[in-house]
Design a protein around this ligand. Structure first.
Ligand SMILES: NC(=O)c1ccc[n+]([C@@H]2O[C@H](COP(=O)([O-])OP(=O)(O)OC[C@H]3O[C@@H](n4cnc5c(N)ncnc54)[C@H](OP(=O)(O)O)[C@@H]3O)[C@@H](O)[C@H]2O)c1
Length: 288
């Protein structure tokens, strides 16, 4: 495994569209031609007042929500969607199914919980114990062909697993969701996904709060008059990575969307890249 210190910075992908021009409603184009918002709301542990919380996020301008069958947030998200007076097509809902499940049936069950006709993205929650989920992928392809989801992707796959999946199924995932922060990320993965036109989504982007008091991060935040969380999310955007921070508190939700009025300079981007120590707020970075 390559140490982060030995990774080349030369071929780190540049943002698309240019970071300076991004707004809260900006989108990136996926390899399938469809579009995905540049930031979303995570909902793990958003179990109290889910509906009100998600509705508040929509009102602030969030267009994307991430969920999973095991978060217990699907019914509340579905309710928020029905209450919120905005065309379904302007919102992006992504959810996950477990590798042990049948992808098609699990997607149908989740849609029933959400009371939705389709989601925008279904992700395989993690690589299976054996193989890379070729069968599961085919079930997801069937779900996509039947209109249950628009796009399909994976979570926390290694580069070799992504290659094997593409070799056996004939396609790369549209989206790769993985744990990602300045303290734990892989520029090699970023380069690979950029080259393959796989969009990267950053989960636990705020390290579940565990590293927000880091002194070097704090210094950069002070320089821009922003919070450490905002600096991290901006760092994601400038790398072309799509963060999905979870926030229950209204001030957190608001703050996390207020990241479009400043640009981190190259030196600060380099400093943030250099904070990488393969830190994981969960257990480990499974994709390394
Ligand atoms: N694919 C996977 O296997 C996987 C694994 C983990 C997570 N995820 C997804 O990724 C989402 C985000 O990850 P996460 O929930 O693990 O962690 P996270 O987003 O890194 O951190 C969430 C924590 O940060 C706090 N926070 C939010 N905004 C803040 C701000 N501006 N300043 C200070 N603190 C702030 C939140 O507080 P409040 O809630 O109190 O506001 C919450 O305690 C999840 O919710 C889930 O949707 C996916």
């Amino acid at each position: 495994m390559a140490s982060p210190r030995t990774e080349s910075r030369r071929d780190v992908p540049r943002p698309r569209p240019p970071a300076e021009e991004l707004t809260p409603s900006s989108v990136i184009t996926l390899r399938t031609g469809r579009e995905m918002p540049v930031i979303g709301l995570g909902t793990w542990m958003l179990t109290s007042h889910t509906t009100e919380s998600v509705q508040h996020a929509f009102e602030l301008g969030y267009c994307m929500v991430d969920t999973s069958s095991d978060y217990m947030t699907q019914p509340g998200i579905g309710k928020a969607l029905r209450r919120y007076d905005r065309p379904r097509a302007s919102l992006f809902i992504s959810m996950k199914v477990e590798p042990e499940d049948n992808g098609y049936e699990a997607t149908r069950r989740n849609l029933e919980e959400l009371k939705l006709a389709y989601v925008d993205l279904v992700l395989i929650h993690r690589a299976p114990e054996k193989g890379v989920g070729e069968k599961l992928w085919e079930q997801h392809m069937r779900a996509r062909a039947d209109g249950l989801t628009r796009d399909i992707g994976v979570c926390s796959y290694k580069i070799a697993q992504l290659k094997t999946l593409a070799e056996s199924t004939g396609e790369m995932p549209a989206v790769h969701q993985l744990e990602w922060s300045p303290f734990g990320h892989s520029l090699d993965m970023l380069s690979f996904c950029r080259a393959q036109e796989i969009a990267l989504q950053a989960y636990s982007p705020l390290t579940r709060g565990k590293r927000l008091k880091d002194e070097r991060l704090g210094e950069i935040a002070g320089k821009y008059g922003k919070s450490p969380a905002q600096v991290i999310l901006r760092w994601d955007l400038q790398h072309g990575v799509v963060p999905i921070p979870k926030a229950y508190r209204e001030d957190h939700q608001r703050q996390n969307l207020d990241i479009f009025d400043f640009v981190l300079d190259d030196i600060d981007m380099g400093t943030l890249d250099g904070l990488n120590e393969q830190f994981s707020a969960l257990e480990k970075l499974d994709y390394l």
